[in-house]
Design a protein around this ligand. Sequence first.
Ligand code: IMP
Ligand code: MG
Length: 187
Amino acid sequence: MTMHDDVARILLTEDQIQQRIVDLANEITTTYDGRQPLLIAVLKGSVLFMADLMRSLPIAHAIDFLATSSYGAATESTGVVRILKDLDDPIEDKDVLIVEDIVDSGYTLHYLRELLLARRPASLRIVTLLSKPARRRIDVTIDWIGFEIPDEFVIGYGLDYNEHYRNLRYIGVLKPEVYLRTTDPAA
Ligand code: IMP
Ligand code: MG
């Protein structure tokens, strides 16, 4: 048994993801012409996206990280967001780009956006690799979306189910039996 056996089907291949990131990086480069953006990745799901995106950006930039957690079941967001790890440095007058893995209900991004805007950055933009428009509960303006995907729970390329599958190079749909066989009380 490997992690691949838990995948019902591959939604986005490694090649599709990498090619899209190059396109996103080109658009981002054009937008920040002459500026040095601060990329803020939302841990932990965005680490692979951040690592690939920054390597595709030919412009100077800085990075920082923050971690959030939403209360509730493993596959549902509840709208209550808390900060587990804040940024290392102030963002006042910086050109901030939030780097997200996936926008689902939109609650996490909505909260983060308000939080960071209160710190008076020069600009605030958002790039997300994935978006599930069918699941949106609150409207958030997203500047760049890698892929719009259907309403299915996905794993891989940073995204987890109970902390597993983040290391997959592709994004796949988890077999429903994986949820059913879990014995983790936190799941
Ligand atoms: P939102 O607040 O509902 O927009 O979603 C916030 C977080 O839920 C994302 O950043 C992910 O960490 C997680 N999430 C939502 N959908 C999925 C999924 O399909 N697979 C893995 N994590 C997900
Ligand atoms: Mg996330």
